[in-house]
Design a protein around this ligand. Structure first.
Ligand SMILES: *Cc1c(COP(=O)(O)O)cnc(C)c1O
Length: 373
C-alpha cells in the first residue's frame, strides 16, 4: 500500500449506529419504585419494551423483583415465554382480537373492557382463560363504562368455567400531575368496581390502577399491583423523580470538514455558519428516529463536548457543528444516554422535539443495531 494511503487510514474505523440497552438501569429503576410501594410490580414491556427490547427489559425487571409482565397484544407473550420467563402476563388491548387458544397456551391473562369482548372470549375459550375486568376510570379509552359494569359481571358469572376472573383493572387519566386530588375520582371508581366484583362472588382478585406516575407519587392508587412501563426505562412522566436512562444511542462521525463563514447547511440552507467552523456528518436521521422537528439547542456528544445539530435533519444523516475541533472519521458520537454531563438525555431530545421521552425511545428505527450493555 502506498504511504499516501496508509497515512490517511488513521482512526477511520466506524461502528454502526447502535442502541445499547442497559439492564442494570432497569434494575435500578425497579429498585427505586419498590421504595415507593409494597404493591406487586407489573413490568410493562409493550412496544418492544419501549424500544429497548421486550425480553431484555422483562428479564432485568423480573430479576429485580417485578412479578408480572404487561403487554398490549397477547401474541407478544411468545418471545417472552420462549426466553423462559415464567411470571404471569397480562395483555389489555389485543388489537386484532384475542386468539383464546393462543392466550391459554401462552398463559396470558386477558383484560376485558366490554360486554361484546367478554362474550366473544367465553364463546372462543376451550381451555379456561384468565380474565381481568377493565373498568373505565376516566379516560374513555379502554375499559367498561360504569353503566355496563353490572351487565359485564352477569356475563362473567354466566361464563364461569370458560373464563376465570382473577383481576380488576383501571387506568389513571391524570397521574402525571402527581397529585392525589387529580387521581381521587379514578380511585373512587376503582373501589366501586372492585367491590362490585367481590359482591358478584369473584375472588381473590389482583386489583391494579396505577402506572409509573401513580406508583411514584400517590400511594392511594397502588391497590395490589402497579403497572410500570416508562419508569423501567428511566422515564417518570410526572418529572418528579430522577430515574436512570436505560439506553444509549451511538453512531460514528462519517466525515468532517472545515467550512467558511456564510456557508448554508443542509436542505433549504436553514442554518448559515457565522464563522469558520468544522462540520461533521453523522449517519443517523429521521428514518432512525432523530426527530425532524427539532428546536434550537439540539445537540450530540462528541469527544466529551456537546455540539449542536445544525440545519435540517435528513432521512439518514445529521450535520453537527463542532466549532474549532475536527473529529476524525470513526469518532464515536453519543446521541443520548444516561451518562450526564455533555451527553444529552432522552428528556433533552423530547424537549427539543416538542414531544415526550416515550416517543424518542419508541421511534428508533429498525436499521439501528441493538445491543445489550
Ligand atoms: C402503557 C400502560 C401502562 C404503563 O404506563 P407507564 O406510564 O409507561 O408506566 C400501564 N397501564 C396501561 C393500561 C398502559 O397502557
Amino acid at each position: 500500500m502506498s504511504a499516501l494511503i496508509a497515512e490517511r487510514l488513521t482512526l477511520s474505523r466506524m461502528h454502526p449506529p447502535t442502541l445499547h440497552a442497559i439492564p442494570s438501569a432497569v434494575a435500578a429503576n425497579v429498585a427505586r419504585i419498590r421504595k415507593e410501594t409494597d404493591a406487586r410490580i407489573m413490568a410493562v414491556v409493550k412496544a418492544d419494551g419501549y424500544g429497548h427490547g421486550a425480553v431484555t427489559v422483562a428479564q432485568a425487571a423480573v430479576a429485580a423483583g417485578a412479578t408480572w409482565l404487561g403487554i398490549t397484544d397477547a401474541a407478544d407473550a411468545a418471545p417472552l415465554r420462549a426466553a423462559g420467563i415464567d411470571v404471569p402476563i397480562l395483555a389489555w388491548l389485543n388489537p386484532a382480537g384475542v386468539d383464546a387458544a393462543q392466550a391459554a397456551a401462552l398463559r396470558v391473562d386477558i383484560a376485558v373492557g366490554s360486554v361484546e369482548e367478554l362474550c366473544q372470549l367465553i364463546a372462543d375459550a376451550d381451555a379456561p382463560v384468565r380474565v381481568h375486568l377493565h373498568m373505565d376510570t376516566g379516560m374513555s379509552r379502554g375499559g367498561c363504562p360504569l353503566e355496563d359494569w353490572a351487565e359485564l359481571l352477569r356475563v362473567a358469572r354466566a361464563g364461569r368455567g370458560r373464563i376465570e376472573v382473577v383481576g380488576v383493572m383501571g387506568h389513571l387519566p391524570r397521574a402525571d400531575e402527581g397529585s392525589p386530588r387529580a387521581n381521587a375520582p379514578a380511585v373512587l371508581r376503582m373501589r366501586q368496581a372492585r367491590d362490585a366484583v367481590l359482591r358478584a362472588g369473584f375472588g381473590p382478585l389482583a386489583v391494579h390502577l396505577a402506572a409509573t406516575s401513580g406508583a411514584l407519587n400517590d400511594p392511594s392508587t397502588h391497590f395490589d399491583m402497579v403497572r410500570v412501563g416508562a419508569g423501567l426505562v428511566g422515564i417518570d412522566p410526572s418529572e418528579s423523580t430522577v430515574l436512570m436512562g436505560a439506553s444509549r444511542l451511538t453512531a460514528s462521525v462519517v466525515h468532517s470538514r472545515l467550512v467558511p463563514a456564510g456557508t448554508p447547511i443542509g436542505y433549504d440552507g436553514t442554518h448559515v455558519t457565522t464563522g469558520e467552523t468544522y462540520l461533521c456528518v453523522v449517519g443517523v436521521g429521521y428514518a432512525d428516529g432523530i426527530p425532524r422537528e427539532l428546536a434550537q439547542g439540539a445537540a450530540v456528544e462528541i469527544g466529551g463536548a456537546r455540539h449542536p445539530v445544525v440545519g435540517r435533519v435528513s432521512m439518514d444523516q445529521i450535520i453537527v457543528d463542532t466549532g474549532d475541533t475536527a473529529y476524525p472519521r470513526g469518532t464515536t458520537v453519543t446521541v443520548f444516554g444516561p451518562d450526564g454531563g455533555a451527553v444529552p438525555t432522552v428528556q433533552d431530545w423530547a424537549r427539543w422535539a416538542g414531544s415526550i421521552p416515550h416517543t424518542i425511545v419508541t421511534h428508533i428505527g429498525p436499521r439501528v443495531r441493538r445491543s445489550v450493555a
